[in-house]
Design a protein around this ligand. Sequence first.
Ligand SMILES: C[S@@+](CC[C@H](N)C(=O)[O-])C[C@H]1O[C@@H](n2cnc3c(N)ncnc32)[C@H](O)[C@@H]1O
Length: 254
Amino acid sequence: MATPVVKLMALPVEGKKDEKVVRWLKHYSSAQSILIVGDGDFSFSRALATAFGSGANLVATSLDSYGALICKHHQAESNVRELKKMGATVLHDVDVNNMKLHTCMKMKRFDRIVFNFPHAGFTGQETQLHVINSHKELVRVFFRNASNLLCPDGEVHVSHKTGQPYDRWDIEQLASEYSLVMFEKVGFAKGDYPGYNQKKGDGRKCNRSFPLRNGCTFKFRMARKESEDESAMYCLVAAMAKMSMARAHDNVTM
Ligand SMILES: C[S@@+](CC[C@H](N)C(=O)[O-])C[C@H]1O[C@@H](n2cnc3c(N)ncnc32)[C@H](O)[C@@H]1O
């Protein structure tokens, strides 16, 4: 099980050094503004807030209304209560189809936007094409909305099972439709998030967990625009030219 990592970050304040504690849990830190969408019983968000000692930078959301949520998940009520106590913003009825228009999010930008184990519901066998397509559509609209809510250097994280039939969702391709580029794929270990219980979230067994079978966290960033690449290249060439001129000058004056 992962132990939260604590790092001290020194921030200069009016000439003095003020030490601000930054706490980490796996990929996430208390200094990042984090949006969690499609939470199940809010145990993932609670694990982050608990590790950070605060939920102040967290916006935790569910598709379900609060009423539906607490009917589905036994632990949801206490998880939501604790999250709020720790200062997190908890929102319900947040649909990835239109979340960028939500009044609480329209003006916000996030360092991390997280969707763990997206799933569009149990409408057939996971191997059936129409089921795969409905999951793909959910992930596609998530990427579309998330790309509008991301800070310039922010990251979108999707945790997802790998192997068949899950690889057929081709989430890397779906992300690329919105200029999101995968830069890392790391194994997802439930134990990294103490207290987290993954939930099916739909159907008769909605409060049940499901096997995480080779689950991975896929991390995406916005693709750099060509103009940014060009200006980075220009800076590099200019710096190299400056260095070689300085060397030539040193050789002449020695
Ligand atoms: C397999 S469950 C995973 C739940 C949770 N992320 C977890 O890890 O326990 C899939 C989740 O996707 C959510 N979901 C499905 N469609 C959604 C949508 N259009 N917008 C937001 N969430 C959605 C469901 O409400 C459900 O909680």
